[in-house]
Write a protein that binds this ligand. Structure first.
Ligand code: BES
Ligand code: ZN
Ligand code: ZN
Length: 504
């Protein structure tokens, strides 16, 4: 995909099609202006009053300009006072997909009045341009790796344009950064969608290693021997039923002197979750190839952060396992011991994510981190609670929760906090070990996942848990720029959070 930014009028863009974006309250003068540029080609549209500029309204016209532009897509943005970054993402994604349907490859997207939007939204020009370009870039995703004759089309040459010479530097910079961030989101989606036969823990580790060598972060991989030697009992226990051995990945990015304490991201990397001996029902089990979307979000974040060269130190911890039933699998009732020595009664082998995260959260303390955030497709209960609209957060630090919340509102990777009241701890008490891995059935499932993890993150560092079971993998397109299946949720959220963290 080639991207350029041009200071030109819509009629001077050399492309198969151009899209112009129109606010409802300014539709009339804008259409008149376009009509003058295109020498009366919009006469009929204007007379018909068919196009109002409402959000999600699109209208394709065939026009003649100076350079013969063949197609003009007018796209509504709704009332200017109601504009949001998310509306911009969706409007530009909708236009992009309309162009895809026409099988076009070279197209132009006009920027709306950026100064005006900045005034309404109180976001920077760079934020607005990022949202606009995210709509375009992220809408072009198709997972067709294994389709022999892929007929899906993507935009090839994209021009963003405006006739105003203002903000050239900000726009160019923002388009470049947005491209890096979006590429990282697409990578996270690809990892999530990859079938488990081709993405075992070791293949996952190899992939990340290879990917890291192209940028400036490093990866250390612990194999099954090392994991056993370190007594990471959660990872050993969950993986022991599978012939695909576990891996523990440590990603490192230094944007500051190594002596400076890092932020740590922990991602659940269950490459397939059958449930183990507490086997899941077969309906829908195929979606459990995406049970490593937390890990994928961490990898995506490293890709983006290292390319953006953010000025902070970042560590990524990814326990990667396959949860399978077999003669060697962990049994309900087994007692295992986490890396720090906490004993866990495993009453349900399908509550495996928390067992591998326990080791990673224990291990995180070795770095004396500034903050630890874990991201995991942890509980079906999060889907019951939030649907596919937002992720659940829980933790021990209000400031961390507030900052992630703000990053969520801006990126529209939204989060909502659930309480970790002390009363819930009783429900996870074991009579034979320090804690058990499930609580009573159908009771506060997402919160109890958080309560369990808190036992390991504890008071050792400021900590936040993000349950993305509902948002990282979705059965239907949640927005114009987000496809079904793996969404890459978490990458834009973390990057936004870390950019702010970086500048504070
Ligand atoms: N990977 C699942 C959670 C999940 C469910 C993610 C649906 C995405 C969509 C997790 O390992 C799991 O099975 N959790 C159990 C926990 C229970 C046994 C306490 C669940 O949610 O049923
Ligand atoms: Zn499970
Ligand atoms: Zn799982």
């Amino acid at each position: 995909m080639k991207i350029k930014f041009e200071i030109k009028k819509v009629k001077d863009i050399k492309a198969e099609a151009v899209a112009s974006f129109i606010f409802e309250d300014m539709a009339e003068p804008k259409l008149q202006w376009l009509n003058t540029l295109f020498k009366g080609n919009l006469d009929v549209l204007i007379e018909s009053k068919d196009f109002k500029g409402a959000a999600e309204e699109v209208n394709l016209l065939y026009v003649t300009g100076d350079i013969r532009t063949q197609r003009l897509l007018v796209v509504g943005l709704g009332k200017s006072k109601d504009i949001t970054l998310e509306k911009l993402r969706n409007a530009y994604a909708m236009a992009s997909k309309k162009f895809n349907a026409l099988k076009l490859s070279s197209v132009g997207f006009e920027f709306p009045d950026l100064t005006m939007i900045k005034g309404i939204l109180n976001f920077s020009i760079s934020d607005i341009v990022q949202a606009i370009s995210e709509g375009v870039f992220l809408s072009q995703y198709h997972y067709k790796k294994y389709v022999s004759k892929d007929t899906s089309v993507s935009l090839d040459e994209i021009s963003f344009f405006t006739d105003s010479p203002k903000f050239i530097k900000e726009i160019n910079e923002s388009l470049k950064n947005s491209r890096m961030i979006c590429d990282a989101v697409l990578l996270a989606r690809d990892l999530g969608n990859e079938p488990s036969n081709n993405l075992t823990p070791s293949k996952f580790a190899d992939f990340v290693k290879k990917s890291s060598s192209k940028t400036n972060y490093t990866v250390t991989i612990f194999d099954e021997k090392k994991i056993k030697q370190l007594e990471m009992g959660g990872i050993v226990g969950v993986s022991q039923g599978s012939s695909n051995f576990p891996r523990f990945l440590i990603l490192q990015y230094f944007g500051r002197p190594k002596s400076e304490k890092p932020v740590i991201l922990v991602g659940k990397g269950v490459t397939f979750d059958s449930g183990g001996i507490s086997l899941k029902p077969s309906a829908g089990m195929e979606s459990m190839k995406m049970d490593m979307c937390g890990a994928a979000a961490v990898v995506g974040t490293f890709e983006a952060v290292s390319k953006l060269r953010l000025k902070l130190n970042l560590i990524g911890l990814i326990p990667a396992v396959e949860n399978m039933p077999s003669g060697t699998a962990m049994r309900p009732g087994d007692i295992i011991k986490s890396y720090s020595g906490t004993t866990i009664e495993v009453d349900n082998t399908d509550a495996e994510g928390r067992l591998i995260l326990a080791d990673a959260l224990d291990y995180a303390a070795n770095y004396k981190p500034k903050a630890v955030l874990d991201i995991a497709t942890l509980t079906g209960a999060a889907v019951v609670c939030f649907g596919h609209t937002c992720a659940g957060i829980m933790g021990t630090d209000t400031d961390l929760a507030k900052k992630i919340f703000e990053a969520g509102e801006k990126t529209n990777e939204r989060v909502w906090e659930l309480p970790l009241y002390a009363e819930y701890e009783k429900l996870m008490k074991s009579e034979v070990a320090d804690i058990k891995n499930i609580g009573p059935p159908r009771e506060a499932g997402t919160i109890l996942g958080g309560i369990f993890l808190k036992k390991f993150a504890g008071e050792k560092y400021p900590w936040l848990h993000i349950d993305v079971a509902g948002t990282a993998m979705v059965p239907a397109e949640p927005a114009e720029y987000i496809p079904k299946d793996a969404t890459g949720f978490g990458v834009r959220l973390f990057v936004e959070f870390l950019r702010k963290f970086n500048s504070n």
